[in-house]
Design a protein around this ligand. Structure first.
Ligand code: GDP
Length: 487
């Protein structure tokens, strides 16, 4: 009897908890914020810095709710999706703040819930809203997002486009091995696992090479070839485009039929569920791009980045009748395209970087035939690893940035030890944004100079309290992404 009583009250309590959980969900609104960008664009650093600055009341003058003192507190809560790994915020902050090393980058999807208690600026809102907003931050590889256009392409389309792209001047040398293998693999030949594997591995190696620093290319589907997540080594990834593949006509038992089946399986079992469960539920999105890396690599890398941003925008706001419309349960209403790592430039160049990104986004919007969501751009550094100064050289005064280059980084014949501060003249960005997209045959390599710096040493107040992570325009990004929901 006693035991059944316990059971009863336990169950009642669980029921009550569930009810109050639901009620809380009803009354405190949530906003799902997607954070994406190709690998090493700066997603992990961005999320860590954003949360750190909100939780620790950082300097955010352009984030209105914080500036006017209306944020009572911000804290982490348990995320609502049990099946998604949690974003390892504490580990990342320990790396950044205690060890002054950059945290481990995004390899798959993860999520974090940040709850903000605030006082509304308007008396009307104060009466009706709980003054609480939960921001569910969803971090996922941009490579996976760029898979979305494949849903609208047959295996023959995919093969044709991939083959054309692989032969383009900027890619031809990197894809040489795959093109040789593919030329020898007739779609009508016998299906053979080893051939499939060799082709898939060679195609993946070529995509990886495109991503490296000196090429810095952005459009590289299938995305799981670069960022496999938990699919590493699985048969779903053992396919490759084929030269001369034709739609649905492949002879059963042929290599063409095998590749087509796997390509379709990739769409059905990998791409679609990912979009339905994650991307389609987002309210807002930030797309991080490493524009400096692309600028450094030249006009082709910029054009490629523009193509990637165009595809990304088209994914988020599919037009009527598009194969994507059915997959979306919510509508993304704000998208921020953010160039990260602006702390590699002197502030005189920040506006130039922003103008270049604006130009890129405008052209992408025009090409994606995109309407209905607000798009803004920003040049920012989620974590500012440098300060500014000037250096006299003869009669000239040069604007420089000062930071601690990571051990092993080099400029000219100087190699850094990871402890010494150094002043660097980073070079100038083009004053006319259009110039960033033009080939410069006279310039062998861009004249920008970049080294990677260690994260900054955090300052302490007179009372010995560590200040939050310094940044550039992170507050502007926050204002655009969530500011209106705290009004
Ligand atoms: P992810 O792959 O998108 O998660 O990229 P990360 O956030 O891990 O960033 C990749 C690398 O870019 C880091 O290890 C840093 O070296 C660099 N980085 C990212 N954000 C910043 C920034 O705001 N300032 C500076 N100086 N470097 C950054």
């Amino acid at each position: 009897m006693a035991s059944s009583l316990t059971t009863f009250s336990d169950e009642a309590r669980i029921a009550l908890d569930t009810f109050s959980g639901r009620a809380a969900g009803l009354f405190s609104p949530s906003l799902r914020l997607g954070v994406t960008g190709l690998s090493r664009a700066g997603k992990t650093v961005f999320i860590s810095a954003l949360v750190h600055n909100l939780v620790h009341g950082g300097r955010l003058p352009l984030f209105e709710a914080q500036k006017s003192g209306r944020i009572a507190r911000a804290y982490l809560e348990e995320q609502p999706d049990d099946a998604v790994p949690r974003f390892q915020y504490e580990d990342h902050i320990a790396a950044l703040v205690d060890e002054r090393v950059w945290p481990d980058s995004t390899r798959a999807i993860s999520e974090l819930r940040l709850t903000i208690e605030f006082e509304s600026a308007s008396a009307w809102n104060r009466m009706f809203s709980a003054g609480k907003l939960s921001v569910d931050i969803v971090d996922y590889p941009g490579e996976w997002l760029l898979d979305l256009p494949l849903l609208g392409k047959s295996f023959a389309d995919f093969s044709r486009e991939a083959t054309e792209m692989a032969a383009s001047p900027i890619r031809a040398d990197l894809s040489a091995q795959w093109r040789t293998l593919a030329a020898a693999a007739a779609p009508d030949g016998e299906a053979d696992e080893m051939t499939a594997r060799r082709l898939a591995e060679s195609f993946a190696a070529y995509l990886k090479a495109c991503k490296l620093d000196d090429r810095a290319l952005s459009t590289l589907p299938p995305g799981r070839f670069l960022m496999p997540g938990d699919l590493e080594g699985s048969p779903a990834l053992t396919f490759s485009p084929l030269i001369g593949a034709s739609d649905g006509k492949a002879r059963p038992g042929s290599l063409g039929a095998m590749m087509e089946r796997r390509y379709e399986a990739y769409k059905t079992h990998v791409i679609k569920p990912f979009f339905r469960e994650h991307v389609a539920r987002l309210d807002r999105q930030i797309v991080l791009i490493d524009a400096l890396q692309a600028l450094n690599a030249g006009a082709e890398a910029m054009a490629d980045m523009e193509r990637a941003v165009t595809e990304i925008l088209a994914c988020f706001r599919p037009g009527r009748g598009s194969f994507l419309t059915d997959l979306f349960s919510r509508r993304i209403d704000r998208i921020l395209v953010a160039a990260t790592k602006a702390d590699h430039l002197h502030h005189e160049s920040h506006d130039r970087l922003q103008a270049i990104v604006r130009r890129l986004a405008d052209r992408a919007i025009a090409r994606a035939n995109f309407t209905g969501a607000e798009v803004d751009v920003v040049a920012m550094a989620a974590v500012r690893a440098t300060r500014e100064g000037t250096v006299r050289q003869g009669r000239e005064t040069l604007p420089v940035i000062i930071g601690t280059p990571i051990a092993g980084e080099r400029i000219g014949d100087e190699t850094f030890d990871g402890n010494t501060e150094t002043a660097i003249f980073p070079g100038d960005l083009p004053a006319k944004p259009g110039d960033a997209f033009k080939p410069r045959p006279d310039v062998e390599k861009s004249d920008l100079r970049f080294v990677r710096f260690r994260p900054p040493k955090l300052e302490k107040t007179a009372e010995g309290v560590t200040l939050s992570l310094p940044h550039i325009r992170l507050d502007r990004a926050l204002q655009f992404l969530i500011g209106d929901r705290l009004a």
